[in-house]
Design a protein around this ligand. Structure first.
Ligand code: SDX
Length: 389
């Protein structure tokens, strides 16, 4: 059922593992972080509070949260030499390539936080990643549009700082829209962890060789990039824009998917675990209309997405295969309304997923049962044969 052959590999963290972090009931459409329902956290918590919860297992006291936020704020700057790293990429570079490279490169600046078995070094690497990923993500965008890199403004909140570094200019004052910041914070919460998905399993697998946290997270970013995984939020918008360009005939597109023409899939639909509506998609769908109305944006892609959902949810092909909207189906419409380019959508997914990767890597590295990831195989190749005399 999991799609893996669970052999006695001795490495519980490859094919399946025990974890205390996230609970999913795919049939009931339930998602909880450390026991808290995602709907409650999305409504009442903040992304940094949820990050603390995922990593430490408990919600922080107000003092603990303040200390956690202050530590992150103090590490938002990149080394001055690191800024020139971004000049090495063509402006056409996909930001996921820039971000995964930059995260891996962080280990060259911070040899004091590479030891996976020194709790202080692991805490330092965790804080540095949470603090610097928004700066790296903003610089990847600025590089692609040929604009100057803004230093972080530590008087701002976590998401506000990211939005200002992304969309601000040194030539003018940038006012962060509090509504946009609040919705983006909520979207980061929804993406923060999702048990043993492809990218998280990658982070665990790489870390199981005792590679440092920067290297493991960099690998996770690359796994997330794939259009079947985190890259789906970009692929959904591209799919909707193509349907729109072809005249908006939703039924014709659904028929192409059902006939599996050119391998086309309904991006943003289906899931390895959810055989019900992804609870995150329900929260995002509700927020999408509200965000567009608040921002005065009238995007035909939203109506198209809702038509597509309506057709698919009543069509036997999708119903029989239990295919429902997943977290990626509506998020891109909000990101586009916020002004992000389509190729930056998956970077936003990575920003949200970072605390989950960190929490899962720490759980794996601290688990005495963990051995190096070494999945076995069932050999189905040629029997022994000999080289011609
Ligand atoms: C994420 O794992 C996680 O937790 C991931 C994630 C997270 O938070 O980390 O939730 C984030 O990655 C969400 C998924 C984003 N990807 C997409 O939206 C891409 C489109 N979705 C599919 O590619 C697909 O649904 C997968 C990859 C997500 C799941 O693939 P599976 O496990 O192969 O799907 P399945 O076994 O359930 O498929 C059963 C049938 C097959 O057809 P038949 O062979 O029975 O004829 O359903 C078909 C599939 O071809 N199918 C689809 C489809 N998804 C499955 N057909 C059309 N459109 C789709 N989207």
């Amino acid at each position: 059922e999991t799609g893996y052959v669970t052999l006695d590999t001795g490495f519980v963290n490859t094919a399946s593992c025990t974890s205390e972090i996230t609970y999913i009931d795919g049939d009931a459409g339930i998602l909880r972080y450390r026991g808290y329902p995602i709907e409650e956290l999305a409504e009442k918590s903040s992304f940094l509070e949820v990050s603390y919860l995922l990593i430490n297992g408990e919600l922080p006291t107000p003092e603990q949260l303040t200390e956690f936020q202050d530590k992150i704020t103090n590490h938002t700057l990149l080394h001055e030499r690191f800024r020139s790293f971004f000049n090495g990429f063509p402006s056409s570079a996909h930001p996921m390539a820039v971000v995964s490279s930059a995260i891996g490169a962080l280990s060259t600046y911070y040899p004091d936080s590479l030891d996976p078995f020194d709790p202080e070094q692991v805490d330092l690497a965790s804080i540095r990643l949470l603090a610097k990923l928004p700066t790296i993500a903003a610089y990847a965008y600025k590089t692609s549009v040929g604009q100057p890199l803004l230093y972080p403004d530590n008087t701002l909140g976590y998401v506000e700082n990211f939005l200002r570094m992304t969309f601000g200019l040194p030539t003018e004052k940038f006012e962060v829209d509090p509504e946009v910041a609040k919705v983006l914070d909520m979207l980061f919460i929804l993406h923060a962890d999702h048990e043993q998905n492809c990218s998280t399993s990658t982070v665990r697998l790489v870390g199981s060789s005792h590679a440092n946290l920067y290297a493991s997270v960099s690998a996770g970013v690359n796994a997330l990039w794939g259009p079947l995984h985190g890259g789906a939020n970009q692929a959904v918008l591209e799919m909707l824009e193509k349907i729109h360009a072809d005249g908006g005939d939703v039924k014709a597109f659904v028929n192409k998917v059902k006939n599996k023409e050119d391998g086309v899939k309904l991006m943003g639909f289906g899931h390895r675990v959810y055989r019900n509506y992804d609870p995150r998609a329900a929260v995002v769908k509700k927020a999408t209309r509200k965000v567009l109305d608040t921002m005065g944006v009238n995007d035909p892609m939203l109506d198209l997405a809702m038509q597509l959902e309506e057709v698919a949810l009543t069509d036997d092909y999708f119903v029989q295969r239990k295919l429902y909207p997943n977290v990626d189906f509506y998020t891109g419409i909000i990101y586009k309304a916020m002004g992000f380019p389509v190729n930056a959508f998956t970077v936003l997914f990575a920003l949200g997923r970072l605390p989950g990767w960190i929490a899962q890597w720490r759980e794996m590295i601290n688990d005495p049962a963990t051995k190096i990831g070494r999945p076995r195989q069932i050999y189905v190749g040629s029997p022994e044969r000999h080289y011609p005399a």
